[in-house]
Design a protein around this ligand. Structure first.
Ligand code: PLP
Length: 397
């Protein structure tokens, strides 16, 4: 039995079976490479599902964690936390935001946003302003509140009754959004690019229209940048492509370059709604996670990572387009920066398995969309290597 097989056998006995896990046991990572427990190398174009934007074990993130771990790992939010303050300053200086609330995951950031818009609207307009419009094919997390916000039946299946007060409309359809607004509506919550829903890019001008409608109807706009944020699209935040800004933005995944963290960034007007006792989190804004996040954001901004993301995103798209011309079952390529989907006419699951067998890690979302979210430090050579593997596999379909 190999080391990996041994771990998988042990996992089988003690770990919940809520993930369809691949038979890989990652043991070490560096840049865009992962090695399993038996030393087999993989080219990682999934990057922990858009978490390892600086690649595995980026030296600045490792150093920040080591330094902070030796100083102070945790302290309560009853006190002021310098690394948290530094991180909030960085996020506010580089976005529309004025204030930040920290938590530990994307779902928690979205829970905070849902609570914030409900309280803001009740305080401002009265008890019956609580409804939030979200998009079909969206994904906002796995808590009971965020599955209620998520516009996918499969995510909610088995968990009724869900939290009331959510309505779903097709993503990118401004008329449907306007029609869904009722006297009870308090907010609109959207991903700038839908990730789990199949890398769906909005039509040009959609978000400006959404912003306009929200302003006209006194609705708050939440953008869920949990997957699209922190450089993934080639800008620090994906809303920057849209010529508008939200009232609230949620972040997680890549924010700390690997360690778990979540954040809700908001304008002062909205943030004031939360007063002592409104919301909280034991670990949120923990010094260790914030030290990693400060190092991550600084590296993204100072080391040409966003520029590399744009350049390599274009290059990867062009190489994938060339495959599309070769294989008729590839329906299309879409993406922004290194947030890229390849839509197929056939199910993608088997292609993912075959790629894994040849040393390339990708995944499939929405059944038929292969998702490419490599670290933003990826090189042309690594992209060429991934395309060679993919080409070999697609030839056999
Ligand atoms: C857009 C979006 N929002 C929220 C989440 C949930 O984040 P987490 O798994 O950290 O709770 C995800 C996770 O994939 C996501 O892609």
């Amino acid at each position: 039995m190999t080391q990996s097989q041994e771990w998988i056998t042990r996992a089988d006995k003690v770990i919940f079976k809520n993930y369809g896990r691949y038979p890989i046991v990652p043991a070490k990572g560096q840049g865009c490479r992962l090695w399993d427990a038996d030393g087999t190398a993989y080219l990682d174009f999934l990057a922990g599902v858009a978490v390892n934007n600086l690649g595995h074990c980026h030296p600045r993130v490792v150093a920040a964690l080591q330094e902070q771990a030796a100083q102070l790992i945790h302290c309560s939010n009853f006190y002021h936390i310098p690394k948290q303050i530094e991180l909030a300053e960085l996020l506010c200086e580089n976005s529309f935001g004025d204030r930040v609330f920290f938590c530990n995951s994307g779902a928690e950031a979205n829970e905070a946003a849902i609570k914030l818009v409900r309280k803001f609207s009740r305080d401002s307009y009265g008890e019956d302003h609580f409804e939030i419009i979200t998009a079909l094919a969206s994904f906002h997390g796995r808590t009971i509140g965020t599955i209620s916000a998520t516009g996918q039946d499969k995510v909610r299946a088995g968990f009724n009754p869900i939290v009331p007060g959510f309505k779903y409309v097709p993503f990118g359809d401004i008329a449907a959004l306007k029609n869904a607004i009722s006297p009870n509506t308090c907010a609109v919550m959207l991903e700038p690019v839908q990730g789990e829903g199949g890398i769906n890019i909005p039509p040009a001008g959609y978000f400006q229209e959404v912003r306009k409608v929200c302003d006209e109807r006194n609705l708050l706009l939440i953008l869920d940048e949990v997957q699209s944020g922190c450089g993934r699209t080639g800008k620090l935040f994906a809303y920057e492509y849209e010529g508008m800004s939200p009232d609230i933005m949620t972040l997680a995944k890549a924010l700390a370059g690997g360690p778990p963290i979540g954040a809700m960034v908001a304008t002062d007007r909205v943030a004031e709604t939360f007063v002592p006792g409104s919301h909280g989190s034991t670990f949120g804004g923990n010094p260790l996670m914030c030290a990693a996040a400060v190092a991550t954001i600084r590296t993204l901004l100072e080391e040409g990572v966003l520029e590399n993301c744009c350049r390599m995103g274009e290059y990867l798209c062009s190489r994938l387009e060339a495959l599309r011309e070769k294989y008729p079952f590839i329906r299309g390529i879409r993406g922004r920066g290194l947030f890229i989907g390849m839509e197929l006419d056939i199910p993608g699951g088997e292609i993912v398995n075959q790629a894994m067998g040849k040393g390339l890690l990708i995944n499939c979302t929405a059944g038929k969309v292969l998702r490419f979210v490599p670290p933003l430090i990826v090189t042309r050579e690594e992209i060429d290597e991934a395309i060679d593997i993919l080409d070999l596999i697609l030839k056999e379909q």
